[in-house]
Design a protein around this ligand. Structure first.
Ligand code: SF4
Length: 253
């Protein structure tokens, strides 16, 4: 057992005793020192982020700023994942599946995003996934499918995403699709001009890449490789190890 792990166990035990009302004999200085150990401070930071996200969730779930979306939504799709994530994936808006299940990226495109995340060496639960717009864009009566969120809708909802990003403090953001980039930066540009280079949102490096739905429509190896090259840049930014095999994914044989 490492020293930090041992300290963490001691600290957690003291905290539990404190919660149960047991009088603590440890001095304030001792508790401060415990809290200053790297493992303990990381754990505190993660717990505080989880608590702040939990605090933000109820007002977002009850939001009625867009009456037309409130009238058509099944539920607000807040976001999902690790409150202490190193990387955060941002899409444009919930679709039909997400609106029904209350989680972003759960349909076919979501399954592909999960595969991309796993190919990067993460579990889906290691990262955080959210949309710029938290409610599904309404469809004209009698029409099914999903529509793009309007710029005004995204601007109305953006403060929630901004708060999520400020709480999570990821080391990198990935915008999935040109509409998500438009929602984040307010700029309209085709993805072939946006991807493959770093942008910035709130001081955090932001990579743009194609939405997984685009890859479902266009299965060409060259398009998969473009997305993968963007993800390799993200892994480099995060100082994650990259195997030779990973580097060569989706290259022509
Ligand atoms: S889209 Fe965002 S701002 Fe509009 S009602 Fe839903 S949560 Fe509120």
């Amino acid at each position: 057992m490492s020293f930090d792990t041992a300290l963490q166990i001691v600290h957690d035990t003291l905290a539990q005793l404190h919660d149960r009302g047991v009088e603590l004999r440890a001095s304030a200085t001792t508790l401060e020192r415990l809290a200053e150990s790297p493992a303990a401070s990381e754990s505190f930071a993660a717990e505080s982020k989880a608590a702040r996200l939990a605090e933000l969730r109820p007002p977002v779930l009850a939001c009625t700023k867009c009456p037309h979306l409130v009238a058509s939504r099944t539920q607000v799709v807040f976001g999902v994942g690790n409150p202490d994530a190193e990387v955060m994936f941002v899409g444009e808006a919930p679709g039909e599946d997400e609106d029904r299940q209350g989680e972003p990226f759960v349909g076919k495109a979501g399954q592909l995003l999960t595969k991309i995340i796993e190919t990067m060496g993460f579990a889906r639960g290691d990262v955080y996934i959210a949309n710029v717009l938290k409610c599904r864009p309404d469809m004209p009566p009698g029409e099914s499918g999903n529509r793009k969120p309007r710029p005004a809708e995204m601007q109305t909802c953006l403060p929630y995403l901004r708060q999520q990003i400020e709480i999570i403090e990821p080391r990198a953001l990935v915008a999935l699709g040109a509409t998500a980039m438009e929602g984040l930066l307010g700029e309209v540009s085709p993805m072939n001009r946006l991807r493959g280079r770093w942008h910035e949102f709130n001081g955090i490096p932001l990579m743009a890449t194609y939405h997984p739905a685009y890859l479902l429509r266009n299965q060409a190896l060259s398009e998969k490789r473009k997305v993968w090259e963007d993800m390799l840049m993200v892994l480099e930014k995060l100082d994650r190890p990259i195997s030779e095999r990973q580097r060569n994914f989706f290259l022509p044989k």
